[in-house]
Design a protein around this ligand. Structure first.
Ligand code: COA
Ligand code: AMP
Length: 619
């Protein structure tokens, strides 16, 4: 663990209206507070800071959208002007420091502009990923109670337009809380119907807006809320504060990614995820880099050379994405023929996170790209990497399957069920020493008890990551799986409990189980097993199709819930616990043993037959 002096030093690199004299207040642990008496502003540090220091003409943001055939660039001066105007538009609608603004937008520059505009006036943004449907959106509206919602009329997926506005309208109908205003970015490919008195057009609002200056905020004032899957249906609203985020993210840009002002840095993710918050919007701009917003996929927009085209065209130095993207590219272009068409001379490193990087994908990327391929491990809660090979400090040997060692600021341990540290190489719960460093979450929105209970109770004195793994003799950390019901689908974190909750909502479903099974591209995908009420007469295929649609309509397409079957019974232990682990092993074709605690072994055999009929395990 590094000292508080270390962070005091790092804090010198950012702009403060009032410099903090206290580095850390841990008097109310685990509600620790970094730089509690500092006053700053995230938007100032992202934009004004650079313009005032002569970086105004440098490109701040590149928008590249193969799905709409659009390319656009903003200099720091231009981005600042847009953000100051939109901040003025929000302020004109009564938004002040501490108010929440919900943003439901695809990968368009206006999403980043809205986020930075909130930061400019001290409002707390809550971005909701576009792949979530109305129910999920409604839950977040009720939890964050936003005064204003900023949305786009549609998202553009390669195969279809996603009409966001009807999803938003329905979510507002479902929610108990009603926002006062909705500002809608009308995209030309799908113009949304507006609700008189509530909805306003982004362009008109911008036309009438007057730019506003940054509002100084306390370092511990929330910068944003970002919801993530918890162990049960109710999402957790991770709250990040302002001062710590600026200090940690700015520091990490150089220390972890080894990029400096002027470099082009590309995180191919989505603004709706933590990667998007930390490394599409805030981190690169705090560091004076050029950031890239890419509205497309790694394959099919138009081909598996898409990433290489972007890297060449904009002289990208560092790319950060999820291993799933590379598995998709590798599948379509195993020999790297598309790669050979592009000049990647400026490209220095690839960073992967979001899910475990399988050694095969790592090896392929290393072989084809001939640059360091860095697996690094972090979570929505931490906001920036916990373990990484820190290219800006010292490049460590790369060990496949490991995100290397703890980044300065973190101390990782592996604890057994009894809470004692296990021996090197033994698997256990991955925990972090407290206090967590600056830039990590400070609480859960409106749920401080859940913050303590979910993360700091099982292993007193430590932060429980929810991941299991081990540390080898060289201090390399290996993250193997989750200890809860969270699964990782194409780098997206999903709760199987949340999907089960939706399935229970079907009138014919008596019992259900959702497990995450291995998928060659997405890493994991959910598979549902349904037990029906007695006397149900509807054909199985009708019920299966209906429940799949139910999940898509409730949670959204992001759940990728496409596999479901009906079984007579679910395999359980004698105490009634579902045998999830054994089911997963059977589906994945791994070796498994009949659990000693099983209630009725015949049930497991029946389910194994049902899984085989679905093609799991594959022959
Ligand atoms: N708005 C609306 N729908 C969206 C969406 C958005 N912003 N993003 C995804 N979806 C939809 C997709 O269209 C898809 O719907 P479908 O079932 O009708 O096909 C579904 O949600 C699942 O999307 P996705 O997980 O992106 O899967 P995919 O099959 O479309 O693409 C990959 C697979 C691997 C190409 C894709 O996951 C990818 O590009 N990953 C890159 C890494 C990444 O973004 N990681 C995020 C964390 S770092
Ligand atoms: P999210 O909060 O959506 O970013 O998801 C965080 C979870 O993704 C972690 O708790 C891990 O389970 C998983 N994860 C992220 N990065 C890695 C990695 N490099 N290796 C293994 N698992 C990872």
């Amino acid at each position: 663990m590094v000292s508080t002096e270390f962070w005091q030093e790092a804090a010198q690199a950012i702009y403060w209206y009032r410099k903090p004299e206290i580095v850390l207040d841990s008097s109310r642990a685990p509600f620790n507070r970094w730089f509690p008496d500092g006053v700053t502003n995230a938007c100032y540090n992202a934009l004004d800071f650079h313009v005032e220091r002569g970086r105004g003409e440098q490109t701040a943001l590149i928008y590249d959208s193969p799905v709409t055939a659009t390319k656009r660039q903003y200099t720091y001066t231009q981005l600042l002007a847009e953000v100051a105007h939109f901040a003025g538009a929000l302020a004109a609608r009564g938004v002040v420091t501490g108010d929440r603004v919900l943003i439901y937008m695809p990968m368009v520059p206006e999403a980043a502009i809205a986020m930075l505009a909130c930061a400019r006036i001290g409002a707390i943004h809550s971005v909701v990923f576009g792949g979530f449907a109305s129910n999920e959106l409604a839950q977040r509206i009720d939890d964050a109670t936003p005064l204003v919602i900023v949305a786009a009329s549609c998202g553009v997926e390669p195969s279809r337009l996603v009409a966001y506005k009807p999803l938003l309208d329905h979510a507002i109908e479902l929610a108990r809380h009603k926002p006062e205003h909705c500002i809608i970015l009308q995209r030309p490919m799908l113009i949304a119907e507006m609700i008189e008195g509530r909805d306003m057009d982004w362009l008109q609002v911008m036309d009438r807006a007057r730019p506003v200056a940054c509002v100084p905020v306390n370092a511990n004032d929330p910068l944003y809320i970002l919801y993530t899957s918890g162990t049960t249906g109710q999402p957790k609203g991770v709250v990040r504060d302002t001062g710590g985020s600026i200090v940690a993210l700015k520091w990490s840009m150089k220390a972890v990614y080894n990029v400096s002002a002027g470099d082009v840095y590309w995180a191919a993710s989505d603004v709706g995820w933590v990667v998007g918050h930390s490394y599409i919007v805030y981190g690169p701009l705090f560091a004076g880099c050029t950031t890239l917003m890419y509205e497309g996929k790694p394959v099919g927009t138009p081909d598996p050379g898409a990433y290489w085209r972007v890297i060449e065209e904009y002289k990208v130095c560092v790319l950060f994405t999820a291993p799933t993207a590379f598995r998709a590219i590798k599948k379509e272009d195993p020999q790297g023929h598309y790669l050979a068409k592009y000049d990647l001379q400026h490209f220095r490193a690839l960073f992967l996170a979001g899910e475990r990087c399988d050694p095969h994908t790592l090896g392929w990327a290393q072989d084809k790209l001939q640059v360091p391929v860095i697996d690094h491990w972090w979570q929505t809660e931490t906001g920036w990497p916990v373990c990484s090979n820190c290219l800006g400090i010292e490049e460590l040997p790369i060990v496949a399957g490991s995100p290397a060692r703890a980044v300065p600021g973190y101390e990782v341990r592996v604890l057994g069920k009894d809470g004692a540290t296990v021996a090197a190489g033994d698997i256990g719960a991955l925990v972090l020493d407290t206090p967590l460093p600056p830039g990590t979450f400070i609480t859960l929105w409106d749920a401080p008890e859940r913050f303590v209970e979910a993360y700091f109770t099982r292993f007193p004195g430590y932060y429980e990551t929810g991941d299991a793994g081990y540390i080898d003799e060289n201090g390399y950390v290996f993250v193997m799986s989750r200890t809860d019901d969270v699964i990782n689908v194409a780098g997206h974190r999903l709760s199987t409990g949340a999907i089960e909750e939706v399935l229970f909502g079907d009138k014919d479903v008596a019992e259900c189980a959702v497990i995450g099974i291995a998928d060659p591209i997405k890493g994991q995908i959910p598979l549902g097993l349904l037990v029906l009420n007695s006397g149900v007469t509807a054909p199985p295929e009708v019920i299966v199709a209906r429940t799949i649609k139910l999940v898509r309509d409730s949670i959204g397409p992001v759940a990728a819930f496409k596999l479901c079957t009906i079984v007579e019974r679910l395999p359980k232990t004698r105490s009634g616990k579902l045998l999830r682990g054994t089911l997963r092993k059977i589906a994945d074709g791994e070796r498994w043993k009949m659990p000693a605690t099983i209630d009725d072994p015949v049930v497991l055999d029946e389910v194994a037959v049902a899984l085989k009929k679905m093609g799991y395990p594959a022959d």
